[in-house]
Design a protein around this ligand. Sequence first.
Ligand SMILES: *[C@@H]1O[C@H](CO)[C@@H](O)[C@H](O)[C@H]1NC(C)=O
Ligand SMILES: *[C@@H]1O[C@H](CO)[C@@H](O)[C@H](O)[C@H]1NC(C)=O
Ligand SMILES: *[C@@H]1O[C@H](CO)[C@@H](O)[C@H](O)[C@H]1NC(C)=O
Ligand SMILES: *[C@@H]1O[C@H](CO)[C@@H](O)[C@H](O)[C@H]1NC(C)=O
Ligand SMILES: *[C@@H]1O[C@H](CO)[C@@H](O)[C@H](O)[C@H]1NC(C)=O
Ligand SMILES: [Zn+2]
Length: 289
Amino acid sequence: MELYKFHVFLSMVAVLFLFPVVHGWGLDGHYTVCKIAQSRLSKAAADAVEKLLPTSANGDLASVCIWADRVKFHYHWSSPLHYIDTPDNLCNYQYKRDCKDEDGVEDRCVAGAIYNYTNQLLSYNKGNDHVSTYNLTESLLFLSHFFGDIHQPLHVGFTSDRGGNTIDVHWYTRKTVLHHVWDSNIIETVEERYDDSNVDELVDAIQKNITTGWADQVNSWENCSGNKTACPDIYASEGIKAACDWAYIGVSEGSTLEDDYFLSRYPIVLWRLAQGGVRLAATLNRIFK
Ligand SMILES: *[C@@H]1O[C@H](CO)[C@@H](O)[C@H](O)[C@H]1NC(C)=O
Ligand SMILES: *[C@@H]1O[C@H](CO)[C@@H](O)[C@H](O)[C@H]1NC(C)=O
Ligand SMILES: *[C@@H]1O[C@H](CO)[C@@H](O)[C@H](O)[C@H]1NC(C)=O
Ligand SMILES: *[C@@H]1O[C@H](CO)[C@@H](O)[C@H](O)[C@H]1NC(C)=O
Ligand SMILES: *[C@@H]1O[C@H](CO)[C@@H](O)[C@H](O)[C@H]1NC(C)=O
Ligand SMILES: [Zn+2]
């Protein structure tokens, strides 16, 4: 009994303290990408997603969008699938050169994972979801999560600083690392200042821009050249360019980042969240067409 209680206590500690140490957009970033995506699904894709979602999600993809970060401890093999390390200071990306893990195993990066889980989900089209070799619920959750990660500029970052993870900075008065600024701090400050600290208000504001200010770009975001189902290489190339142009620039070890940085960078973050959501929907619509 006491031992059991202790285990419950330990799991609660794990929930509180281990899970927030995540890679990729924080909870709200992933939530936003999936919320936008689910609102743009075709009937066929919406039906498939609803079928594949775990019952705990209550039909809401956004509520389980962070799942892939939560299982990293348990599915250790999946850790390298959340990012891409590109050569220091080159500011470009090539699948063949860069999509591998630390041991050099090819395809083990977020772009390779997007191809992988897209292909797995294509087997759903043949109506054999119950006999698939893969657990397509997990394929959907991985794919949805990785569309968020690949749109976080520092998830396609330099190798030696691990995408800004080793660059210590202050976010206003708080100590953090540059990677975390882009995962979470910028989004949290946007929510505090403009959205009553409410992620759903942030989602609504981005949705409005998708249908107004950015409407003329949305078609090109959705495009995937040739007849390909998924186009992660385009997103990764944009990502490392944004990392160089906006995330790394002007930042060094020990920098203090405040309004100058926040006000010029947050529009990039919101724009990337919008692209992630629009493109996840477009891809799911192609998969389940
Ligand atoms: C592809 O998906 C399977 C099933 O989850 C996984 O075992 C494998 O590591 C994945 N590979 C890549 C490159 O994503
Ligand atoms: C598929 O994966 C989900 C999430 O990990 C799990 O809850 C479910 O039991 C799995 N389904 C099967 C048939 O293994
Ligand atoms: C919407 O777009 C405008 C103009 O580009 C920009 O100033 C604003 O920050 C954007 N808001 C959101 C929530 O994306
Ligand atoms: C997107 O693809 C469509 C159809 O292939 C094409 O007509 C359109 O010009 C493309 N748009 C952009 C911006 O590439
Ligand atoms: C795309 O597919 C259509 C029909 O399946 C085909 O006619 C067309 O040539 C393909 N285009 C490319 C660029 O592969
Ligand atoms: Zn992640």
